[in-house]
Ligand binder design. Structure first.
Ligand SMILES: [Zn+2]
Length: 236
């Protein structure tokens, strides 16, 4: 899976409507693959989670009530960011939350929302994931914050996410679950797996004692290191 250009980019490249439709079909395959993989990895159960991809000023999102077993590409809903929901379409009830992430985080190309066990357990304590491990810095801040509770599928939950996720690539949802975004479907899936792993490790550490929380200076050093991590020196 690769980075998906905004729909405007296709026009700039001279792509016609056919090209856009082909791109949309490929995106649908990627979304279905991510949704099934979330189920396979135990990060999503039943119809709880949802996945979307930004298509310029629109998004393609999983339908309401689908599961890893029943999801199909032709069920996905293409709709404007911010609505309205097209007639006879049935997108995930959490579409306002997905829209809020795209509007708040311009770099977001794919959004994944699940009720993964350990993220949800921590969210039910109403706590952020603190800097107990240096990899928390990979989500953009010194913590992965927890958005205050609001009823699922409501503009109030979307507003809570909007106010919490700015500057981060993920947040927990109090008494609900988690939401992450990435620059591609593959990256968003990987981020969801990474966040759930960190939440599990944090709860394990909490069960065994009181983990030491890294200082602001230690987390700043991690971010500096991340900026050059994996960058190979130029061959001379
Ligand atoms: Zn949910």
């Amino acid at each position: 899976m690769r980075h998906l250009p905004a729909r405007g980019d296709w026009c700039m490249l001279g792509a016609c409507r056919e090209g856009a439709d082909r791109m949309s079909a490929e995106t649908a395959r990627e979304i279905v693959a991510v949704y099934r993989e979330l189920g396979r990895r135990g990060l999503n159960f039943g119809s709880a989670g949802n996945v979307s991809v930004r298509l310029g000023d629109e998004m393609l999102i999983t339908p309401t009530g689908t599961t890893a077993e029943t999801i199909a590409e032709d069920q996905l809903v293409r709709m404007p960011l911010g609505g309205p929901v097209p007639r006879r379409a049935a997108p995930s009830s959490e579409w306002p939350m997905h829209s809020a992430v795209y509007e708040t985080c311009p770099e977001a190309a794919c959004v994944v929302h699940t009720h993964a066990d350990h993220c949800t357990a921590l969210a039910c304590l109403g706590e952020a994931l603190p800097a107990f491990h240096y990899m928390v810095a990979g989500f953009g801040g010194d913590t992965v914050p927890c958005a205050p509770y609001a009823t699922f599928g409501t503009p109030a939950l979307a507003a809570s996410v909007r106010a919490t996720i700015a500057g981060h690539s993920a947040c927990l949802l109090a008494n609900h679950g988690m939401i992450v975004h990435g620059p591609s479907p593959a990256a968003a899936l990987e981020a969801a797996v990474r966040l759930e792993t960190l939440a599990r490790q944090y709860l394990l550490a909490r069960a065994a004692g009181q983990p030491r929380i890294l200082t602001t200076a230690e987390m700043a050093a991690v971010r500096r290191r991340y900026r050059t991590y994996g960058v190979r020196p130029r061959a001379r």
